[in-house]
Design a protein around this ligand. Sequence first.
Ligand code: AMP
Ligand code: ZN
Length: 109
Amino acid sequence: MQKDCLFCQIIRGEKPADFLFKGESLVVFKDIYPEAPVHLLIVPRIHIRSINEVTDKDKEIISQMILKGQETAKDQGIAASGYKLLFNVERGGGQAIFHVHLHLLGGWR
Ligand code: AMP
Ligand code: ZN
């Protein structure tokens, strides 16, 4: 946990978010500026800056995030129509919040 990290603050309940899921190792909440009809963020409770920082010890949480994306897509009714699971990596890759997170985007007609 990092004191000044927005997503750590959201996970600790110090900042509001619209949660769909709160689990032992990860949470899912709505993106505040949605870029698709369904735009959710799958966020591990542990603070990892970006995909660049991920190591072998993080294999479990990264695979849990992807499986949660798959499950959430089904729950949202967008699995069959299709969706994107997206990691933005560092500033040049569009990352603005430096706590690793997986975007789930879908629901286009
Ligand atoms: P990224 O650009 O990959 O770092 O994605 C960060 C995402 O977090 C963006 O899509 C933002 O819209 C979203 N975001 C920023 N602040 C909040 C917040 N307080 N609650 C929910 N989502 C947020
Ligand atoms: Zn954090």
